[in-house]
Design a protein around this ligand. Structure first.
Ligand SMILES: [Zn+2]
Length: 105
């Protein structure tokens, strides 16, 4: 049995974590990890077993970075996804994020 193009899924507690997903990927140009795929563009948070990012984007065709746990630190992190990772108490203090209905396409 040869696995197809599905990325290897880690077993154990990692399945409950949040991973980075992005619409595009590029080869890492740094010497630290040559030829490794890294996210390009906005980094969204995704939980294994779901079909959407935390902010509600359908991830069909997106790249899952199993080795990257979602973090709010990168500037590229999706603001809506970051908000969803916050505790409810702190979320309520924030103004609601406007849905990106005016997305250019
Ligand atoms: Zn997002």
């Amino acid at each position: 049995m040869t696995p197809l193009t599905l990325p290897a899924r880690p077993s154990g507690p990692d399945r409950n974590g949040l991973f980075v997903v992005s619409t595009h990927k590029v080869r890492d140009r740094t010497a630290a990890a040559p030829n490794q795929w890294v996210p390009y563009g906005t980094e969204h948070a995704w939980q294994p077993g779901t079909r959407r990012t935390l902010c509600g984007e359908f991830i069909g065709g997106w790249t899952v970075f199993w080795e990257r746990r979602f973090s709010a630190r990168p500037a590229a992190a999706c603001a809506a996804c970051v908000e969803m990772t916050l505790p409810e108490a702190s979320r309520n203090r924030l103004d609601p994020i406007q849905s990106s209905a005016s997305r250019a396409s």
